[in-house]
Design a binder for this molecule. Structure first.
Ligand SMILES: NC(=O)c1ccc[n+]([C@@H]2O[C@H](COP(=O)([O-])OP(=O)(O)OC[C@H]3O[C@@H](n4cnc5c(N)ncnc54)[C@H](O)[C@@H]3O)[C@@H](O)[C@H]2O)c1
Length: 256
């Protein structure tokens, strides 16, 4: 394993399961000291425990990114424990809302509001909490998890797509405003990724999986580790000249 993150202080938000948990594992394996933050504290604690058991430095924190006070407290705690901040991966999304995110005519506005509160406003709150610390590092980096849905144009899940398109715009703003101060900001935009939780849950219909594989230009579906590898690159010195980009990691399902 590469050792690009030796001693770096990183916080991953939405790190209890799926892509965020895989990112924690990858960053720890590359030598980072990681704060594992999630609204699901028990899941974050399990990830941190797995890491510390194999000799890495990780600790869990509770955060609800829809709540400004919770975000402020989480970053204050993380910075106090880590002694600074070199990188942030803002990955959380409330994916329960997707199941009600039908179309612009029929969706309940509560679905739209909740999606925006977590997937977009929450990412702005994390950005505001992170920036003062990242700007003190000479290699500060922030990576947001967007989605293919941010650019694909689909007949369903308009709130989710709008939240992720907004996130791409927020990222471009952050890179434009603070790039000259040494910060990099980028989005990783996954295609369909079967997370360990989805595999364990067994609820994804086989037909849908077959359809997704048929729709890629690769031989398999995405894994959480595929996204984690890109996040690690973007947070490392190998990513220092990548700034203001939406990087699609999707096996060629969507060409951009
Ligand atoms: N899995 C995919 O196919 C896929 C594709 C494209 C984009 N994404 C994006 O990747 C990211 C991770 O998705 P995943 O598939 O690993 O799902 P996941 O549900 O396993 O991960 C999301 C994490 O965010 C946490 N979270 C939810 N609301 C939160 C809040 N208010 N505050 C703090 N944490 C909160 C959840 O507890 C969970 O641990 C999301 O941003 C998602 O939109 C996933």
């Amino acid at each position: 394993m590469l050792q690009r993150m030796c001693g770096r202080a990183i916080i991953v938000i939405g790190a209890g399961t799926g892509i965020g948990a895989a990112t924690v594992e990858r960053l720890c394996a590359e030598g980072a000291r990681v704060c594992v933050a999630d609204i699901n504290l028990a899941a974050a604690q399990a990830v941190a425990a797995r890491m510390t058991e194999i000799g890495h430095e990780a600790h869990a924190l509770a955060v609800d990114i829809a709540d400004e006070d919770s975000v402020s407290a989480c970053f204050a705690d993380a910075v106090a424990r880590l002694g600074g901040l070199d990188g942030v991966h803002v990955n959380a999304a409330d994916l329960r809302t997707i199941f009600h995110d039908s179309d612009a005519l029929s969706l309940d506005m509560a679905t739209f509001d909740r999606t925006m509160a977590v997937n977009l406003r929450g990412h702005l709150l994390c950005t505001r909490a992170a920036l003062p610390h990242l700007l003190q590092s000479d290699h500060g980096a922030i990576v947001y998890t967007s989605s293919s849905a941010s650019v694909a144009g689909e007949p369903e899940r308009p709130s989710y797509a709008a939240s992720k398109s907004g996130l791409n715009a927020l990222m471009r703003h952050v890179a434009s405003k603070w790039g000259k101060r040494g910060l990099t900001a980028n989005c990783v935009a996954p295609g369909f990724v079967m997370t360990p939780e989805m595999i364990a849950g067994g609820a994804v219909p086989p037909d849908f999986i077959d359809q997704c594989i048929a729709g890629t230009r690769s031989t398999r579906l995405g894994k959480a580790e595929d996204i984690a590898a890109m996040v690690a690159l973007l947070l490392s010195n190998d990513g220092r000249w990548i700034n203001g980009q939406v990087i699609h990691v999707n096996g060629g399902a969507l060409l951009s």
